[in-house]
Design a protein around this ligand. Structure first.
Ligand SMILES: Cc1ncc(COP(=O)(O)O)c(C=O)c1O
Length: 375
């Protein structure tokens, strides 16, 4: 057994290395107003969502008491699956405890039938981890570069089934993937497209249905697997896939992050159902966000885009200046360092939400202007 000094010094030297590499993470203060919240539509505080959570929790208890395959398969799981499948125009869905776990399980499952993976270079860590765990044969194509992807596919062994992995709205850059072009490649080479709609849901498309609606495409379950989360525009917790019913069936047997974890509590399921129904029935939620996004982008001198995710890039010293000037105003938007972003792509990730008021926009634009980032 190591002495307690050796034990401490091993850990401290690793922390020191992380610090030196700029990779040590620290938990932020909670009290500051968040400028990087994913609660895009403000649904986490909607009275109908809160009422659904409180009432269901009082009636059904605080926890789910087990995994979906044992005691935790509360009937609200099926109701939420039906609601999210309908909302996305699909016929089957599976609910997971988090979006992270949804991505892990879908990559584990898909690798059984599509052993070749082509992944965009900017996909989320949960997809990367899923691909790694699946042991698939994976090639990374340059971000959104469909021509580079086409030449990779042309070199692939003929007839080998493959999956292309992307996000509808990229979580760090706030840019969109060329879904129609990626689907064309799937049609030409007989593959399937996994789209992580985590940030596209509630933000893309006139009704906020996500990447497919934005691209005016219908859901084709033989070509598309969607994944996503209830924790961003829907303000709750939990992940999902919308996919072909047979893929759903396979995931129940092969998705280890689905099988070996506790199911969502009934109150959380009820809150997700309430949030989804509000989004389904009230397109004003999405248009309100869009108006706010337009104002913020205007105020800091950026071109128009529907994306509420606004990365502010520039020399690291200027980014630190902006972050500390925001902190002085009680606003929290830290500089994001590698490995969350690639080396040299440090940024402040601002995400606009329906909670914002004009005062926040003014304070943000003042901090950005004072750092003379865009001059
Ligand atoms: C693109 C993307 N996919 C998946 C996830 C994971 O979702 P969750 O927070 O529900 O685990 C996130 C959230 O961090 C994300 O940004």
């Amino acid at each position: 057994m190591p002495s307690s000094d050796t034990f401490k010094s091993r850990i401290e030297s690793r922390l020191f290395e992380l610090d030196a590499a700029g990779r040590r993470k620290r938990l932020p203060q909670y009290s500051l107003r968040q400028l990087s919240s994913n609660d895009y539509l403000g649904l986490s505080r909607h009275p109908e969502v809160i009422e659904a959570i409180v009432k269901t929790t009082a009636a059904e208890g605080s926890g789910s008491t087990g995994s979906r395959l044992l005691s935790g398969n509360h009937p609200l799981n099926a109701s939420l699956e039906e609601a999210i499948a309908d909302f996305k125009g699909g016929s089957a869905a599976l609910v997971f405890s988090t979006g992270y776990q949804a991505n892990i399980s879908m990559m584990l499952t898909l690798s059984n039938i599509y052993p070749f993976v082509y992944s965009d270079s900017h996909i989320h860590a949960s997809l990367i981890d899923g691909i790694r765990l699946s042991g698939s044969n994976c090639q990374i194509f340059p971000h959104n570069d469909t021509e580079a992807l086409r030449s990779m596919l042309e070199k692939k062994p003929l007839g080998e089934p493959f999956v292309i992995v992307t996000e509808s709205l990229f979580s760090m850059d706030g840019d969109r993937s060329p879904i129609a072009a990626l689907l064309n490649l799937c049609d030409e080479h007989d593959g399937i497209l996994l789209i992580d709609d985590a940030h596209g849901t509630g933000t893309l498309g006139l009704e906020g249905r996500g990447g497919l609606e934005h691209a005016s495409l219908a859901f084709n379950p033989q070509r598309v697997v969607l994944t996503g989360t209830f924790s961003k525009a829907l303000g709750g917790l939990g992940g999902y896939t919308v996919c072909h019913p047979l893929i759903r069936e396979l995931t129940i047997s092969l998705g280890r992050s689905f099988i070996y974890t506790t199911a969502l509590p009934p109150g959380i399921l009820a809150g997700n159902i309430a949030a989804l129904s509000l989004l389904d029935q009230d397109p004003d939620l999405v248009s309100k966000l869009r108006t706010r996004v337009r104002k913020v982008r205007d105020a800091i001198g950026l071109p128009p885009s529907p994306s509420p995710i606004i990365p502010i890039r520039g020399p690291i010293e200027k980014l630190e200046l902006i972050a500390s000037s925001l902190r002085e105003k009680g606003l929290f938007a830290p500089v994001i360092h590698p490995p969350t972003v690639a080396d040299g792509e440090e940024c402040i990730r601002i995400s606009v939400t329906n909670h914002w008021d004009d005062a926040i926009t003014e304070q943000l634009s003042e901090s950005v202007k004072n750092a003379q980032l865009f001059q």
